[in-house]
Design a protein around this ligand. Structure first.
Ligand code: 5AD
Ligand code: SF4
Length: 446
């Protein structure tokens, strides 16, 4: 089936995994003849790729869905579709089916590859289509993917998660861990290099457990070694790693790699051993600190960033203080901070002693204040006045006269340069002349 002069929009919420799925969905729609548009009134298909990690994410999607009702009334042939993590939850899927009658299509995270047949069903049979596999299938390779051109690309290496942290919905909506074959990842990376990409970020809920599902022994460290040799790729990043699975071998391989960046995103979640245990994180505060020490020792100048949750059930003021103490001790470069949000179906949602909303907010504010202060101090103390290599990504978002890029430690740098365009995709030296909490300002050094 090939359509003509038809358009689609995909609204993507949530994490990079969803961004990746949206690129595949866009690729398949492109192959069917649909072209992308940014105007809703021009669209024949509107897909909402949803996130359910916290309640706020879900509310945003319901808001968006409500707003589309009027458009569907005006344009009955419009296909409104919902996919992503929310559709994978039974009660949410039921609610959408029943109460949002303007939704024509609902499919789960394991059904992405079936989009073309689902669209055909709607068009030819004029019926609503709901397709949600509860269980993941094999990794599907070879689907078309519509990537935006650029300097930096995401490469998925694992799907799903086996960790079952007690607060987290991901293992329920994304299924068990599955690793892509090394040869498929290497081939994709070579292709990206030949298309001009300079940086790849290896993507998975827990990249460190890459390869655990293989019969032969081949792990994340082995994959990095193989990718390190690919010509044209200058930098390798990865997201997200679990502190429990960060082996000495991996620290060693990263320290000796030519291309892996000096940035470690190591979500710690909490500083109290009692809370870490209840979260089922699989490490203690002391083990986490030991890992950070090992990394700092073997890598020289590094940036360490993290994810933190406040207000996990049963978290006392003392537990929270332990998180603040840990933050002060590690001195993270930056942190994603969250108030705990109960997710139906996860063990933590059923735990007693849920923390009051006011306490969560107060703790979150205190944590953000402390982290912001540390981020600024690090940027002023270690970056201001010094020169760093920056991979130039393009014009700065806030000021088109400036370029922007990142240091290997993942600091965002906006900087001035004599001539702009020709530097995109290059690694240049930038002297930092102003340090802010979230970014750095600099000028290129020729
Ligand atoms: N409530 C708050 N934050 C959460 N995260 C995951 N689940 C929840 C939840 N229920 C956070 C964790 C994780 C990040 C992606 O989102 O910090 O690392
Ligand atoms: Fe969720 Fe834990 Fe898996 Fe991360 S490791 S996706 S926090 S269950």
């Amino acid at each position: 089936m090939e359509v003509e002069n038809k358009h689609f929009i995909i609204h993507t919420y949530g994490c990079q995994m969803n961004v990746h799925d949206s690129e595949i969905l866009a690729g398949m729609l492109g192959q069917m003849g649909y072209s992308q548009t940014s105007k809703e009134e021009e669209a024949d298909i509107i897909l909402i790729n949803t996130c359910t990690i916290r309640d706020k994410a879900e509310q945003k999607v319901f808001g968006k869905l409500g707003a589309l009702k009027k458009l569907k009334e005006e344009k009955p042939n419009l296909i409104v579709g919902i996919c992503g993590c929310m559709s994978q939850q039974e009660e949410v899927a039921e609610k959408i089916k029943k109460s949002y009658r303007h939704v024509d299509l609902l499919f789960g995270t394991h059904n992405v590859h079936q989009l073309p047949e689902m669209i055909k069903k709607i068009l030819f049979n004029n019926e609503r289509v709901f397709e949600i596999w509860e269980k993941e299938g094999e990794v599907v390779e070879g689907l078309p993917q519509q990537r935006n051109e650029g300097v930096s690309a995401w490469v998925t290496i694992t799907y799903g998660c086996n960790n079952f942290c007690t607060y987290c919905i991901v293992p329920y909506v994304r299924g068990r861990e599955r690793s892509r074959k090394p040869e498929d990842i290497v081939e994709e990376t070579k292709r990206l290099a030949s298309e001009g990409f300079k940086e790849i970020t290896l993507l998975g809920q827990n990249v460190n457990s890459y390869g655990k599902d293989f019969d032969e022994s081949y792990d994340f460290a082995d994959l990095i070694k193989d990718l390190d040799d690919i010509e044209g790729i200058e930098r390798i990043r990865y997201m997200t790693s679990h502190p429990r699975d960060f082996t000495d071998k991996l620290v060693d391989v990263i320290a000796n790699s030519k291309k892996v960046c000096n940035h470690f995103h190591l979500p710690v979640q909490a500083g109290s051993n009692t809370v870490l245990k209840k979260m089922n994180r699989g490490y203690t505060r002391e083990e986490y600190l030991e890992l950070v020490g090992k990394i700092k020792k073997s890598m020289g100048h590094v940036a360490i960033t993290t994810d933190l949750i406040v207000g996990f059930p049963g978290e006392t003021e003392e537990d929270f203080q332990a998180t603040l103490d840990l933050v002060s001790q590690v001195r993270f470069d930056s942190a994603f901070t969250f108030a705990y949000s109960p997710r139906t179906g996860t063990p933590a949602a059923k735990m007693e002693e849920q923390v009051r909303k006011e306490d969560k907010s107060r703790r979150l504010t205190a944590l953000i204040d402390l982290q912001n202060q540390i981020s600024k101090e690090i940027n002023e103390g270690s970056y201001l006045g010094n020169t760093f290599t920056v991979l130039v990504e393009g014009p700065s978002k806030n000021n088109p006269d400036f370029l922007s890029g990142r240091t290997t430690t993942n600091k965002l740098v906006n900087f001035s340069a004599p001539s702009n365009e020709s530097l995109v995709g290059q690694i240049v030296k930038v002297k930092i002349i102003e340090a802010q909490t979230w970014s750095l300002l600099g000028e290129v050094v020729l």
